[in-house]
Design a protein around this ligand. Structure first.
Ligand SMILES: C[S+](C)CC[C@H](N)C(=O)O
Ligand SMILES: N[C@@H](CCS)C(=O)O
Ligand SMILES: [Zn+2]
Length: 326
């Protein structure tokens, strides 16, 4: 009889009582430490300039209670690095560095955490971030999702293939396809993980600017139809969308998929892709995240965290709220 072995992600969800905490805004916390990321590479510039800060941010999220660390590779791409005058080999080594820094932070944190049997930490997983083609364009395209007639499925797969290979070979526990704005790009990921025979689980997270559809205007029913076909994608959900959309989106996703649902919204501020700054809007404060995280868990979310403009204090409050109310 064939016995199904559970993946590291399924195991983590199970030992956590059904809901795990992922980390919060990586770029946001990097900026809190003084990093200047107003750049076409956005937070990936820190892989070149300030790798020590990357590790510091990862450690802060672990301390706050994150069970999953998302790497600094969101906007790190080989074409992006080439346009800075770096070589392909240098670009590859920066991608490897993004995984290595997170793994080192996880390992050193876990080595000291497990010395104290009193503490409630679990050994965290490292998820390699793969931002969208729109993120690489560096003009806020990930919130619009309209790549134009020249960008077809093959072009998206060609864009993502090499980076994906390098990241997988660097040894993360998971792949995090993040802030995805349309169905075509989800399909590119689903096909690539199959073609490359990737052996670690993935999540695919879409964003939303209206609380109902993907930024491209495509329905989540259409988007999830593509994702549901892949056994390599273990979780699907929403990231970097305003938090007040999350309740109704979890309910919608529950009807559209049997996969684990993941949500890690931003604070509610809105990205100005031209000025490269966050504009104030209807926002959640840290306490609001604590209150809503238990509601999101009760509605069926299995992985909960924060995205842009959330920080370790947000994750600490989410983690405390979820552990109090298992
Ligand atoms: C998640 S968005 C705030 C990342 C930055 C964007 N791709 C840009 O470069 O403008
Ligand atoms: N993992 C990225 C996502 C940006 S939308 C970050 O937290 O900076
Ligand atoms: Zn974000």
């Amino acid at each position: 009889m064939k016995t199904e072995t559970k993946s590291l992600l399924q195991d983590l969800i199970e030992i956590s009582g059904g809901c795990v905490v992922t980390d919060g805004g990586f770029a946001t916390q990097l900026e809190k430490h003084g990093a200047s990321i107003n750049d076409p590479l956005w937070s990936a510039i820190s892989l070149i300039k300030e790798p020590h800060l990357i590790k510091k941010v990862h450690l802060e999220y672990l301390e706050a209670g994150a069970d999953i660390l998302v790497t600094s590779s969101y906007q790190a791409t080989i074409p992006g690095f080439l346009s800075r005058g770096l070589s392909t080999e240098e670009g590859e080594s920066l991608l490897q560095r993004s995984v290595k820094l997170a793994v080192e932070a996880r390992d050193s944190f876990w080595t000291s955490a497990k010395r104290n049997p009193e503490n409630k930490y679990r050994r965290a997983l490292v998820a390699a971030s793969i931002g969208s083609y729109g993120a690489y364009l560096a003009d806020g395209s990930e919130y619009r999702g309209l790549y134009g007639p020249d960008v077809n499925l093959e072009k998206l797969k060609d864009f993502h293939r090499h980076r994906l290979q390098v990241l997988v070979e660097a040894g993360p526990d998971l792949l995090a396809f993040e802030t995805i704005p349309n169905k075509l790009e989800a399909r590119a990921f689903v096909e690539l993980v199959e073609e490359l025979n990737v052996q670690i689980p993935s999540w695919i997270c879409f964003t939303s600017v209206d609380g109902e559809k993907a930024p491209s205007g495509e329905s989540f029913q259409d988007c999830l139809e593509v994702v549901n076909k892949s056994s390599k994608v273990e979780a699907v959900g929403i990231n970097c969308a305003p938090p007040h959309f999350i309740e109704s989106l979890i309910s919608k996703f529950k009807q559209l998929t049997k996969k684990a649902i993941i949500v890690y919204p931003n604070s509610g501020e809105v990205w100005d892709g031209i000025e490269k700054e966050w504009l104030p809007s209807k926002c959640f404060q840290d306490d609001d995240f604590g209150f809503h995280a238990t509601r999101w868990r009760d509605l069926g979310a299995k992985i909960i965290g924060g995205c842009c403009r959330t920080t370790p204090s947000t994750i600490q409050i989410i983690s405390n709220a979820l552990r109090k109310n298992i």
